[in-house]
Design a protein around this ligand. Sequence first.
Ligand code: F6P
Length: 347
Amino acid sequence: MHVVILTGGGDCPGLNAVIRAVTRRCMGDYGWLVSGVRDGWRGLMENEVSPLSLARVSGILPTGGTILGTSRTNPFSMPGGPEKILHTVKEEGIDAIVAIGGEDTLGVALRLHQEFGVHVVGVPKTIDNDLCGTDYTFRFDTAVHVATEAIDRLHTTAESHNRAMVVEVMGRHAGWIAVMSGIAGGADVILIPEFPMTMEDMCELVQQRADRGKRFSIIVVSEGAKLAWRSGRAETVVSSEAVDSFGHARLGGVGTVVAQEIERLTGIEARVTILGYVQRGGSPTARDRVLATRFGVKAAEMVQAGGWGSMAALRGDDIVSCPLAEALEKPKLVPAELYEIARTFFG
Ligand code: F6P
């Protein structure tokens, strides 16, 4: 049996823990050949496949990033892309692909399985936590931890300077990081894509605090939050018009507009901190290491059982198998009840 592992999409802490777990189970326990694919689907198209060993995956459990490299390559947007993958699969005698990624990477895995019968098993990974079928993915906990620590640190400088401090965190379609870190860090306003708030309403909350004698406000905003004004004007801020091969624009910068609006509408001095890629770097939390390890072992077991077209998933405290089609049906958004809890502490 020859199993290959690939990582696609944005990198994150915990990917190496999955690679280690899949390799240990498949090679160490089942005695199979395990290889790594360079840079996600790109490496499978271009036959950049090389054997992994138990020694190669030793010591990587706590490390960030991915030893295999990653890319946002979409084979289905390239001429002959899927055929190149089929060619590599045949040439290398690949029996199964373990694809670790978010909606884009797993979307490719599902199409390869459905349209070409490729043997794929998925492991869900998204910092945005917006994949259905699993309660959480690894790396989300680490990102929330990083964002919460940043909010804690920004509190002291905000208070010293009597400022409104805007913190921009990741979250393209879903505001999970903003809501969770905002609740944990005691944010005074949280702006997320799911529940748009006008700039005027947001500023009223900031002004209310100032009127109560509070010397500062912390506003947490998801990069994908839509800005709205009472006039009906609305916009999504992008840092570049360029789109990747899955059609996603590059986000970033919404926090700067929010800070400008606070100064314009309230006269309160405001600053912005964009956490950006700091949220994706570094070592995974213990919780993410455990979850990534459990996902990796489950993925290996799914390969052994021939559970193609499915991914490992967390339900409650159990690791289960979930059809990719179910996980990718729609994004998992922040529910109203959770945002309502956060809202209790606004203003
Ligand atoms: O897909 C996860 C994510 O971290 C988003 O939150 C963010 O918008 C995007 O990746 C950034 O991607 P890139 O690494 O391509 O700039």
